[in-house]
Design a protein around this ligand. Structure first.
Ligand code: BF8
Ligand code: SF4
Length: 677
């Protein structure tokens, strides 16, 4: 463990930044620990095709000003690259100091992530509105989960009795859209109605309640412009307000996707590149938004006969990234890979089309596809990649457009080059579909009235040590999936109950950590007992996994709903709940915004790739130490998986210990539970 990342007994409080220390990893020569990806990378090498793995190495060494967050390009007098320790270079041309520049860069990354998630949520809300108003035909979209719609409506304070479903959907959609553009100062509805009263008070007290998502993004861009805010703490508070707007947009996405496409229930499928089957017309849906991909699934089923006429056995839709997670958890669609495997899917030579919507789509997919027959189809007006097909996807003719794309894939199947087919056998069984509702049902097998108590009791009694959320991306600074898997296995063996989303869920799925019954293989004795009890009580048709797939990245809000439910069950605020989070291979701006709201919600949050904040001791200290005092959550920045496991376990242990002490004290003195964390 490097001295910078020494742990304290409490599990938080990384030591102050030590000059000259640079504990970043060297480029990992292994590239990936995914066996399917290894095979395909060999193929790339043999064919002389450059991938992101090669380009990562070509970028070395990366600029240390950028890595430290000390490069300012906010105005075009810059870039100003400053060195806080060198006289004359210790501030930018305008006089901005290290802490201002680092805080501004961080806040702008949060704004970027918030824009992505919230635009996704807006799209879903608009789709629901158009369905409710009868502007989109039933063959395209419909309200699939009326119960969830009613529960959401009640939660946000709408009258539901006697209101017809379409009208209720219209009101819910309008309430969601109001969270984007409110001009008064009330907090966003989706934030305020889904958190504990303790968090409501905390956010109000700190003045970080967003009143509208779009306003939060606009304000932080203004606040961090040249000649605006120079106070790093005020900038960080602005960043956190934006991050809470991110949470709001994500929660809207999850809720309204469930209404439109159904709330996930456990479903068995498979993951890894071996799901690309050369006997079928293979279509990868890649990106994030289920409005497009769910229709591709319908269109593929409808056109199976056309595929058979073309000589294939049918159409096989597979998913990549979060679109893959959305389809896996609702429809059991195979998950081909997480973000770093997107080019490799094309290199199987059997991928006939890749249909992309928004976010995490590397422009390089087109360059790789040029070496193959694969037809890359972009579908969103905000995502055009030179050289690809662009199909204008509109909700009102969604099925028709989806069929058009499936037909392109069938035509492309006829252009395959048999010499280039290099599919792999690596695929793992997966049981996915753990919405919070599905997981609560599982707990209800042991206690119908207070299902969440089953989980909190298991923690208080020491059967399991707490809950961990695994989230975030692949980042090629780390061998693909290696940190996810090392930390996941470390926590499972130490009896932590684990849920995962996004590309972290993809890593777990591909490695067999979500296979039915896999908890028996990867869990410690306590976790095995706990999940064994749940399995026996629920009498499930499928075996339980070691890691529970909680969905796509926007579904991190399902995990947030879980810690909120645990806080309510325990009668405390979130900072006392034995719950931690980890993004071992964080990459995207979206991961920065998620990590920031997870910390503000009160959760110790590990990040395994150093964010660009090391240039300012002040900003570093705020994230790793001061945040704990203010919010109860804090960042554990540690690229070493072994010490990350130890520090996450410490954080859980500290919370359980404190919870027990406070409970005992309250019992003994007949008082209410202490609110101190
Ligand atoms: O939104 S985990 S690489 S795919 S950003 Fe992207 Fe990161 Fe994957 Fe899902 Ni989330
Ligand atoms: Fe340089 Fe200041 Fe402009 Fe940033 S805002 S580029 S520090 S002059």
């Amino acid at each position: 463990m490097s001295p910078r990342h020494r742990n304290t007994q409490l599990g938080f409080g990384a030591t102050a930044k030590q000059p000259g220390a640079r504990p970043r990893r060297e480029a990992d020569a292994r590239h990936t620990v995914d066996p399917a990806a290894c095979e395909l990378l060999e193929e790339a090498k043999a064919r002389g095709i450059a991938t992101a793995f090669d380009r990562f190495l070509a970028q070395q060494p990366q600029c240390t000003f950028g890595l430290d967050g000390l490069c300012c390009r906010v105005c075009i007098q810059g870039p100003c690259r400053i060195n806080p320790k060198k006289a004359g270079m210790d501030r930018g041309i305008c006089g901005a100091r290290d802490y201002t520049i680092v805080a501004r860069n961080l806040a702008r990354a949060i704004a970027g992530g918030t824009a992505c998630h919230s635009d996704h949520g807006r799209h879903i809300a608009l789709t629901l509105l158009h369905v409710a108003q009868g502007e989109i035909g039933e063959e395209n979209y419909r309200i699939t989960d009326e119960d969830k719609l009613r529960r959401i409506a009640q939660r946000i304070g709408l009258e539901t009795a006697g209101v017809p479903v379409a009208e209720l959907a219209r009101r819910v959609a309008l309430a969601a859209l109001a969270d984007y553009g409110r001009y008064t100062d009330e907090p966003c509805t989706w934030l305020d109605t889904t958190i504990t009263s303790g968090r409501q008070a905390k956010f109000r007290h700190c003045g970080i309640n967003p009143s509208a998502i779009d306003r939060a993004v606009t304000e932080i861009m203004n606040q961090t412009a040249m000649g605006m805010d120079a106070d790093p703490v005020n900038i960080i508070f602005g960043g956190l307000r934006t991050a809470l707007a991110d949470y709001t947009g994500m929660h809207i996405s999850t809720d309204l996707s469930d209404v439109l496409f159904g709330t996930p229930t456990p479903i068995v499928s498979q993951a890894n590149l071996g799901v690309i089957d050369p006997d079928y017309v293979n279509i990868a849906t890649h990106g994030h938004n289920p409005t497009l991909s769910s229709l591709v699934v319908d269109a593929a089923a409808a056109l199976a006969e056309e595929a058979r006429q073309a000589g294939a056995k049918g159409v096989n839709v597979v998913g990549i990234c979060c679109t893959g997670n959305e389809l896996l958890m609702r429809d059991g669609v195979y998950l081909a890979s997480n973000v770093s495997g997107q080019e490799l899917a094309i290199m199987t030579g059997a991928l006939d089309a890749m249909i992309v919507d928004v976010q995490c789509i590397m422009p390089s997919v087109r360059a790789v596809a040029e070496c193959y027959h694969t037809c890359v189809i972009a579908t969103n007006p905000l995502v055009k990649i030179p050289g690809t097909y662009h199909v204008d996807f509109r909700e009102e003719k969604a099925l028709e457009t989806a069929k058009e794309m499936v037909r392109l894939a069938i035509q492309s199947y006829g252009r395959r080059d048999p010499d280039k087919i290099r599919t792999t056998d690596h695929r793992q069984d997966v049981v996915a579909g753990w919405s919070l509702e599905a997981f609560t049902d599982l707990l209800a097998g042991l206690d119908r009235d207070r299902p969440v108590k089953v989980l909190t009791d298991a923690i208080l009694e020491g059967e399991i040590r707490g809950v961990a959320l695994f989230a975030g991306c692949n980042n090629l600074k780390v061998a693909q999936d290696s940190s996810h898997l090392a930390i996941l296995k470390g926590l499972l063996a130490n009896d932590v109950f684990v849920v995962a989303t996004g590309c972290s869920a993809g890593a777990a799925a591909k490695a067999g950590l979500m296979a039915p019954g896999s908890f028996e293989q990867f869990g410690g004795e306590g976790l095995k007992r706990f999940l064994g009890r749940l399995r026996d009580a629920a009498g499930t048709k499928y075996g339980l996994p070691a890691v529970f797939h909680f969905g796509s990245c926007v579904d991190n809000t399902r995990a947030a709903d879980l810690w909120t439910a645990m806080a309510r069950e325990l009668g405390v605020d979130v900072p006392k709940v034995p719950f931690v989070a980890s993004a071992p291979e964080a990459m995207h701006e979206k991961a920065v915004s998620i990590g920031s709201w997870v910390v503000a919600m009160g959760i110790p949050t590990h990040v395994g790739v150093m964010p660009h904040i090391e240039g300012s001791e002040l900003v570093y200290g705020v994230g790793t130490q001061v945040a704990h005092d203010v919010y109860g959550g804090y960042f554990i920045l540690d690229p070493n998986p072994e010490s990350a496991v130890a520090r996450l376990l410490d954080a859980l242990e500290y919370r359980v210990w404190k919870l027990r002490v406070h409970r005992k004290a309250a019992e003994r003195f007949g008082t209410t539970l202490s609110t101190v964390y």
